[in-house]
Design a protein around this ligand. Structure first.
Ligand code: NAP
Length: 353
């Protein structure tokens, strides 16, 4: 029997779709992604980008406060944060990204969603029921599909950047910033958007100093985030500069960077122990090539205003995989809800559920 709805992805869009689909008795099957080294390096592990962040201050419903008791009752013991298990208070704590994702995941399970910890690597949307194939070789048939695979951080594509990935080069300050190699050392963050400023600010907890390297003379980040960077004595902004090369040695990994001025072409070297890229994102749509319409940046094209329909009837998309504009947890969750309702109505209209 084909599945009524298969959901691919496990960020706020995927889990919200799962909660709504489960409550509509569609018995959703969620492919939450595989736990592999490749996914770790790409930043595409289960639970998505929020699992790579710290405090979430703008998701409605989680004001600052001690959430220990709530997390203890909401999550199974093995998935509770260490500080809940150890009963340590977290002053000023509301919710952080991994907790929010764990809570959504558990909520989906509570309503009957089934979860497979595996990646979908191939789909066939030309025939019905649709076929989805996983990394581990599972094949699943589905009457409808919700794609919520999100997006991942970009790299510059320099050979030296690739060479020192995991040895000082990272695209996730929150995942790697606390590593001993970065403690009390100068670090570089590349980019001028909210992510770059957020990462630079976060890294000042560990680093001796953070150089924020931006290719223009103005930050793209929101005003409030800009102020945080400009007011932080540990952050030095390197205006009008691009990263030309990551410098390092076999023994020590990253030891510095060479920057180039975008105004006069001059070079300068900085001795740093780490380089963090924060230069935007790429949607996780490789497995959809040729199956569903993508735009020039490879985001899924939504074909109807205010709907989650894609170019294939019965295939819906939610969250960052189809949104290069808002990219917020709450908008992703909202569109996950829309996708589940769209799938439910589409199945009913076609007498499929
Ligand atoms: P973004 O806004 O697209 O910014 C990317 C930055 O990287 C830009 O400053 C861009 O420079 C620079 N860049 C891109 N390609 C580059 C290259 N090849 N070399 C050098 N620099 C390059 O991406 P983001 O910062 O990841 O933010 C994405 C979205 O998430 C935004 O809507 C943002 O508001 C949101 N966000 C919000 C928060 C928060 O509210 N706490 C935190 C993080 C992200 P230019 O400016 O010159 O184009």
């Amino acid at each position: 029997m084909p599945e009524k709805v298969v959901i691919v992805g496990s960020g706020p869009a995927g889990w919200t779709a799962a909660i709504y689909a489960a409550r509509a008795n569609l018995e959703p099957l969620v492919f939450e992604g595989a736990v592999t080294e490749e996914n770790r390096l790409k930043g595409t592990l289960p639970l998505g980008q929020l699992a790579l962040t710290t405090e979430v201050e703008n998701y409605p419903g989680f004001p600052r406060g001690d959430s220990r008791e709530y997390l203890r009752t909401a999550l199974p013991p093995e998935r509770q944060p260490y500080w809940v298990q150890a009963n340590q208070p977290q002053p000023g704590h509301g919710v952080n990204g991994p907790e929010l994702m764990e809570l959504m995941r558990q909520q989906a399970i509570n309503f009957g969603a089934r979860i497979v910890t595996d990646d979908i690597v191939k789909v066939d949307f030309r025939r019905r029921p649709f076929t989805l194939t996983s990394l581990e070789g599972r094949t699943v048939e589905a009457l409808s599909v919700i794609i919520a695979t999100g997006a991942r951080a970009n790299y510059l594509g320099l050979p030296s950047e690739e060479k020192y990935k995991n040895r000082g080069v990272s695209a996730c300050a929150v995942c790697d910033g606390a590593l001993p190699r970065f403690r009390n050392k100068p670090l570089v963050v590349v980019g001028g958007g909210d992510s770059a400023v957020e990462e630079a600010t976060y890294l000042t907890k560990f680093a001796s100093t953070v150089f924020l390297v931006h290719r223009r003379d103005q930050l793209r980040a929101s005003k409030i985030m800009q102020q945080r960077a400009l007011n932080n004595p540990k952050i030095t902004i390197k205006w009008n500069r691009v990263l030309d090369e990551v410098l390092g040695t076999e023994k020590d990994g990253v030891t510095g960077v060479r920057l180039r001025s975008t105004t006069d072409g001059s070079s300068e070297e900085l001795a740093v122990s780490g380089v963090f890229l924060a230069i935007g994102h790429t949607p996780n749509t490789d497995f959809l090539e040729g199956q569903v319409r993508l735009d020039e940046k490879k985001y899924i094209v939504l074909t109807h205003p205010h709907r989650t329909y894609t170019s294939v009837e019965g295939v819906f998309a939610a969250g960052d995989v189809a949104d290069s504009y808002y990219r917020q947890a709450v908008t992703a969750a909202g569109s996950g809800c829309m996708a589940a309702l769209d799938a439910e109505r589409w199945l009913a209209e076609h007498g499929l559920a």
